[in-house]
Design a protein around this ligand. Structure first.
Ligand SMILES: [Zn+2]
Length: 187
C-alpha cells in the first residue's frame, strides 16, 4: 500500500535489514496528543509502536516497509530487523506488523496464501511461538552472515549478541521477551 521498499540486490537470509539507531524519531503518547489530527495521522501511518507505547518514525526509508503475513524479515527484541529468508533483487522487503503493539485492527490485503486478513492487537498471542521458531536459528548464526549494518547497532547490543548468540541463556532471555498485548497494556 502506498510506498514500499524493494531490494536492489540479494539480501541473504540472516542479514540485518533495519537498525533502530539514535537518529530515529521517538514520540511519546503525550507528545502525540499535542500534534494536530492531520499530523497524528501521518505519525500513525509511518511509525511503529514499541511495547512501552513509544512511536518510532525512521529517519530513513524503513518507515515505508509494508506488512506481509508471509514476511521476509522480522523484528527482533533487540532493536533490529533481520531477513528470515533470502530476499531477491526486486522483491519487496516486508515484516509483520503484528509485532508492533498496534492499537486497532488493520485489514490486510497482502495476498499471501496464509494472509490473516486482519492484523489485530492480539496477534502476538498466537504468533509469538512461530516468530520465535523462525528467529531462533537465524539469531544463533547471526555472525555467519555478512552484516553491513552491524556498525549501526548500539555497542551494548553487539556485545550481547557476541557473548550470548550461541548460549542457551540467550534463548531463555529471548523466550522471556513476550510480545503479548497484556504486557503492552501494563506499561
Ligand atoms: Zn496478509
Amino acid at each position: 500500500m502506498g510506498y514500499g521498499i524493494f531490494a536492489t540486490r540479494l539480501i541473504p537470509k540472516g542479514s540485518i535489514t533495519y537498525v533502530k539507531d539514535s537518529l530515529e524519531i521517538e514520540i511519546t503518547p503525550t507528545e502525540l496528543s499535542k500534534h494536530s489530527n492531520a499530523l497524528q495521522e501521518h505519525i500513525e501511518k509511518y511509525s511503529f509502536r514499541e511495547k512501552n507505547g513509544l512511536r518510532v518514525i525512521s529517519w530513513d526509508l524503513a518507515k515505508y516497509v509494508n506488512h506481509c503475513c508471509d514476511p521476509n524479515s522480522l523484528s527482533t527484541p533487540f532493536g533490529f530487523e533481520i531477513a528470515i529468508k533470502d530476499i531477491l533483487p526486486g522483491e519487496e522487503i516486508t515484516d509483520d506488523y503484528g509485532m508492533f503493539f498496534i492499537e486497532q485492527d488493520m485489514p490486510c490485503a497482502c495476498q499471501a496464501p496464509n494472509c490473516r486478513k486482519v492484523i489485530t492487537p492480539n496477534d502476538s498471542e498466537f504468533m509469538t511461538q512461530k516468530w520465535n521458531e523462525v528467529l531462533k536459528p537465524i539469531m544463533s548464526s547471526i555472525f555467519e552472515t555478512e552484516q553491513p549494518l552491524i556498525d549501526l547497532l548500539p555497542e551494548e547490543t553487539t556485545k550481547a549478541l557476541v557473548s550470548n548468540a550461541s548460549t542457551s541463556d540467550f534463548f531463555r532471555s529471548f523466550d522471556n521477551l513476550n510480545f503479548t498485548h497484556d504486557d503492552y497494556l501494563s506499561v
